[in-house]
Design a protein around this ligand. Structure first.
Ligand code: KG4
Ligand code: ZN
Length: 356
C-alpha cells in the first residue's frame, strides 16, 4: 500500500491528491469554489454540491496524472466522510466508492479533522506522544490530547463561533468579502491594535478550561463598527483594491481583532501545555495560515521548550493530501471501510469506534 488517492469535498473545496507512503505529496489539486459563494457572503450548500459534481472527475484525473500508471497507480482511496455538508460529502464519497470498486482497491473513510491533524506529515518526521493538536478552521476550533496514535481525547472546543467563522463574519460586515481571514490578516499587519480597543469579556466556562469562545469578540467588533461609524468598503472590490482602499479605522480594528483571537488561542494552548506536558504539538486548519498566530506559536514553542508543528499554508487550508496521509495511517493498521459507508455530517473525532 504505497500510493493513496485522497478525496476531499466536505465544504467549498473540491480536492484530490496522490500521496506516497503517507509522507510525500506527489500531487495536490484543489478547485476552490470561493468565487461561486462570494456573492452570498458564505458557503451555500446547494451550490457547493453542484460545483463538487462538476469538478470532481477532472480534479481526480489531474491528481493521478502525476502517477506513471494514472489511476492504475493508486493502491487505495481515502475520502472524507464527515463532518461537513451532507450533499457535498456525498459527492466525494460516491466518487471514491465507485473508483475504489472499479480499481479493486481498498476504501478508507477519513474524519476531516483527523485529516487536519495529519497536515504536517509532509514536512516533519515521526510523532512523539503524548501530543496536543490545535485545529482552527472556519468550521471548527478544537484542542485534542493524543496519548498514543489515534487515541484522541477532545480537551476543548469552541462554545459558539469557530475562530475562522468570527474572521469571516467580521470581514463581511466591513465589506471585505469571503473568506475574511486572509484579508483581515493582511490589513492587521498595517494597523495599530491599541487604537481600536474592543470591550468584551471572555465567558467564564466552569470546568472547561480548554474551551474557546469567539462570538463575544465578534459582537464587540461589530459593535465597534457601529458605534465608531467605521465605514465598510463598497461591495464588489477585488482583494487588491480592498487592501489598497481600506481605511485606517478598518486596519486598526483588524489588528485589535487579530490580537484578541491569537491571544485566546495561545492562552488556552499554553494552559494545556502546562497541564499535559506534551512531547509534541501539532496545529492545522485554515487559521493556522495566520501570520500573527504563526509568530505567537513559534514564541510559545521557545518559551515552553516544546516542538510546535505548523503546516505549510497549502496544507493548512482544506486539501486532499492531508486526507490521504490520515487514510494511509489508518490503512497501515488494517482498517478499511466497506461500500455501506455513508456521509456523517456531524461526526466528532472520538465518536465513532473507528476513530477512537
Ligand atoms: O480549514 P479551512 O480551509 O476550512 C474549514 O475546514 O473550515 O479553513 C477556512 C477558514 C476560513 O474561515 C478563513 O477565513 C480562515 O480559515 N483563514 C484565515 C487565514 N487564512 C484562512 N484566518 C485567519 N488568518 C488567515 N491568514
Ligand atoms: Zn477543514
Amino acid at each position: 500500500m504505497r500510493v493513496i488517492l485522497g478525496i476531499e469535498t466536505s465544504c467549498d473545496e473540491t480536492a484530490a491528491a496522490a500521496v506516497l507512503d503517507g509522507r510525500q505529496a506527489l500531487s495536490s489539486i484543489i478547485a476552490s469554489q470561493i468565487a461561486f459563494h462570494r456573492a452570498y457572503g458564505g458557503v451555500v450548500p446547494e451550490i457547493a454540491s453542484r460545483q463538487h459534481l462538476d469538478a470532481i472527475a477532472e480534479v481526480a484525473e489531474r491528481a493521478v496524472a502525476a502517477l506513471p500508471g494514472g489511476f492504475r497507480g493508486v493502491d487505495a482511496v481515502a475520502v472524507t466522510y464527515g463532518p461537513g455538508l451532507v450533499g457535498a460529502l456525498l459527492v466525494g464519497l460516491s466518487y471514491a466508492k465507485a473508483l475504489a470498486l472499479t480499481l479493486g482497491v481498498p476504501l478508507i473513510g477519513v474524519h476531516h479533522i483527523e485529516g487536519h491533524v495529519f497536515s504536517t506529515a509532509f514536512e516533519y518526521g515521526d510523532w512523539a506522544y503524548p501530543a496536543l493538536a490545535l485545529i482552527v478552521s472556519g468550521g471548527h476550533t478544537d484542542l485534542f490530547r493524543i496519548a498514543a496514535p489515534f487515541a484522541y481525547e477532545r480537551l476543548g472546543h469552541t462554545r459558539d463561533d469557530a475562530a475562522g467563522e468570527a474572521y469571516d463574519k467580521t470581514a463581511r460586515r466591513l465589506g471585505l468579502g469571503y473568506p475574511g481571514g486572509p484579508i483581515l490578516d493582511r490589513l492587521a499587519q498595517t494597523g495599530q491594535a491599541d487604537r481600536a480597543p474592543l470591550t468584551y469579556r471572555a465567558p467564564l466556562i466552569p470546568d472547561a478550561p480548554y474551551d474557546f469562545s469567539f462570538s463575544g469578540l465578534k459582537t464587540a467588533a461589530l459593535r465597534y463598527i457601529r458605534e465608531r461609524e467605521v465605514k465598510p468598503l463598497p461591495e464588489g472590490l477585488s482583494r487588491d483594491e480592498a487592501l489598497a482602499q481600506a481605511s485606517e479605522d478598518i486596519r486598526d480594528l483588524a489588528a485589535s481583532f487579530q490580537q484578541a483571537v491569537v491571544g485566546t488561542l495561545i492562552g488556552v494552548l499554553e494552559r494545556a501545555i502546562e497541564a499535559c506536558c506534551p512531547r509534541l504539538v501539532v496545529t492545522g486548519g485554515g487559521v493556522a495560515c495566520n501570520s500573527a498566530l504563526r509568530q505567537a506559536l513559534a514564541a510559545l514553542s521557545r518559551r515552553k521548550g516544546v516542538e510546535i508543528r505548523i503546516p505549510h499554508p497549502t496544507y493548512a487550508t482544506d486539501n486532499a493530501a492531508m486526507i490521504a496521509a490520515a487514510g494511509y495511517a489508518r490503512l497501515a493498521r488494517g482498517e478499511r471501510h466497506d461500500w455501506s459507508l455513508e456521509p456523517a455530517p456531524s461526526l466528532r473525532l472520538g465518536d465513532s469506534p473507528a476513530h477512537r
